[in-house]
Design a protein around this ligand. Sequence first.
Ligand code: ADP
Ligand SMILES: O=C(O)C[C@@H](O)[C@H](O)C(=O)COP(=O)(O)O
Length: 331
Amino acid sequence: MESIAFDAGKPRDFVAIGRLCIDLNANEINRPMEETMTFTKYVGGSPANICIGMSRLGQSAAFIGKVADDQMGRFILRYLRDNNIDTSGVTTDRTGAVTGLAFTEIKSPEECSILMYRDNVADLLLAPEEVDEALIADSKVLLVSGTALAKSPSREAVLLALRYARKHGTKVVFDIDYRPYSWASPEETAICYQLAAEKSDIIIGTREEFDMLERFDGSAARSDEATAAQWFGCRAELVVIKHGKDGSIAYGKDGSSHRGAIFPAKVIKTFGAGDSYAAGFLYGLMQGWTVGRSMAFGSASASIVISSHSCSDAMPTVRQIEDYIAASQQA
Ligand SMILES: Nc1ncnc2c1ncn2[C@@H]1O[C@H](COP(=O)(O)OP(=O)(O)O)[C@@H](O)[C@H]1O
Ligand SMILES: O=C(O)C[C@@H](O)[C@H](O)C(=O)COP(=O)(O)O
């Protein structure tokens, strides 16, 4: 498969559904959390990061989600608007729910972890009746974050969004985005993930995330080929499996496969790699580029973000990625 066709007649490029949160990234890096005293606040949440990435790349983007009725919620809304993202699909909670927080621990470039505070979070209170059908109908791509399936009513909201996408010919990109602390059990996770994966055109995840999704589908150690074949039996036309610093592999329904190499990076922290990769990769696909070229663009985007302190705020422009690729080719 060389490239993917999107509905050129739709006015908006991209809409994402899922969580809008706050990242608090350790300022004193290369230390355990116990010894970290100060943090910098950024907008976070994997689908928010990808949406910001798409907007930085010049794509018209919108978000469907829910924020808390507090200073953090207002900060998120303002940041999205400042980044040219249509927030008409973002509602504000009125029940006293809070904004999800992700404190990041940067012990070393290889050893990063995230401490999440996600009790009573507003993002998981998005209700089906708050999903704007027209926003999905008017967008070429709907990006679904798997974490939004973790609880009702957000779970039903996402399933309805998938239905709207199908009805209106909007391509669905499913980013598995597994965050264990959001889920009651691995069994619940696998079953909900399957409901979304079987309705998706492009599925992106790490090997570990696909293993979670395919928990009931055979042996523990599944090959990437077996994973791709399973989802081609449903609706998928492209399955992308990410392998950290070992790069990525994309399988096309036509039997093709493409390996994505990595670009050198002065790694500060590894989180944000997947989100920036997704933004760069999807941007490439939406330009009609080949899968291979789109993967390279995504990998370079990831290297820029992991060499930076934030995820959302560090999302690069097309020019930055092109310059990064050119510089690494000269080195
Ligand atoms: N240490 C690294 N150096 C350079 N690129 C990296 C590194 N880690 C990840 N990447 C890039 O980011 C992509 C996604 O990273 P990965 O860690 O697999 O996803 P996630 O962040 O979702 O777990 C990889 O395919 C690769 O292109
Ligand atoms: O997704 C979150 O809630 C936290 C993110 O904002 C965070 O920065 C992160 O973990 C990024 O995830 P990744 O791109 O999958 O590494």
